[in-house]
Design a protein around this ligand. Sequence first.
Ligand code: ADP
Length: 540
Amino acid sequence: MLQPGLMMDRPLLISDVIEHAAAQFGDVQVVSRETHGPLFRYSYAQCAARARKLANALKHMGLTAGSAVGSIAWNNHRHLEAYYAVSGSGMVIHTCNPRLHPQQLIYIINHAEDSVMLFDSTFAPLVKGIAQHCPKVKAWVCLSDAANMPTVEGVANVLCYEDLIAPHSEQFDWPQFDERTGAALCYTSGTTGNPKGALYSHRAIVLNAMAGCMPGVVSLSPKDTVLPVVPMFHINAWCIPYAAPIAGAKLVLPGPRLDGASLYELMETERVTVSAGVPTIWLALMQHVEQHGLRFSTMRRTAVGGSAMPAALIARFADEYDVEVRHGWGMTETTAVATMSSLAPKHMELSAAERHAVIAKQGKSVFGVEIKVVDDNGATLPRDGVSQGELLVRGQWIVTGYYKGETSPLVDGWFPTGDIATIDAQGVMQIRDRAKDVIKTGGEWISSIDLESAAIAHPAVAMAAVIGVKHPKWDERPLMFIVRKPGQALEREEILAFLTERVAKWWVPDDVIFLDALPVGGTGKVQKGDLRKQYGGVFS
Ligand code: ADP
């Protein structure tokens, strides 16, 4: 007969995260770039006190357990307080991506039934445009003090955050409830159809945040200062706003300034040791650092994901700047990180280039998540590093379904990701492409990710993207887009010759189009859909 364990059954709750930080790391700093410019700093103890004030304010407004509070905001301290106050009260913080199409924003605010919306002053014009279409929102709270309030004409009940929380007590008894309760809601980007909501539970977030602290994952400890560039408005900034207080790491929030120069300055002045973001952010940072001959004095690690990190960029960080890239994979439906690349002692015998190639893969599943790849019939493919098929995941922080969704996306208890991957005998997963981005040519597949990574290795290339374009003979052929680095005179023949030396002959793109910039979406990813719309007919 099974023996029940004689251990306490304490729920994993988000309120405990901030109270832990307040009690154990009360003097550790949170630094935040205000939307109007200056840096603000306070401690975890003060952050917790203000989260309790906000919790009292929300209760006073009549919100109760289960209410949804939306946010359209940058990474800053007031947004952080809302993360804790809202979820800690048993309500749901619904983070909205401000770069969604306004119609989609209206859709998700109504779908989530947000009763209060928090917004940064940057987004006042956006709020002005959507407010009248969101009848369930009873107050629009600007994350600002009175002196920096924007005017939002025509919107009823616009409140100032500081005025809202000022009269309330710093004492609040966080309710205790089931750890499986919904805590945060994030909608997918809705590239096809309406966005779909992933409702993260307290348990999923706390477990994921604890996993993120592990040395083999993002690795956070009281010795660290962490700068999440990845937005708090999409996938909870990969749970770093929860992981940092668990670990006792100093937290630096960059506000609206995400350009290379601002990030570099923040990294240096705040002595950041770890950062996290998508590759496009690091491309811009690297360009700034290279152009000005700068060095990182304290930054030692950067967690990268959201799209594939090219080996050439991993090499630049590691070889020239001594910054280790932690390359992870995850999606809206996986709360945050699900797999992470890693090096073992055996890799130390490899050349630097071979080691970077290991990091360029998306790595092993983190404990708490399992992965497999399946063929078109759903049969599990061998872990041989070659057989490629759709990646499926299951685990402690993977969705079971979508918010108010009628049908389950799961297949035999596994979530199908829409990504095409291989897994090798050691469990190392490599994303070959998104199913919709794979280029099918003459019955064979070309990985757009591999082609882009090959192009990025050219010293004159700032950014690269490849799409499959309809072709009368081959079904599809690759078309490449290049953004040159400033002052570089790279031409079509040179980049094609460069690629010919690095990829199979039939992979070499049929044409190259040079652009000043690539269309980049709300989460820093190249919008290949936009490129397909505009250039999809060029070979027909
Ligand atoms: P969207 O990109 O549509 O906004 P998500 O933010 O949920 O949706 O992104 C998840 C997708 O991003 C994954 O399914 C995968 O295609 C891609 N992705 C995430 N991390 C990586 C990575 N390290 N390498 C390649 N692709 C990645």
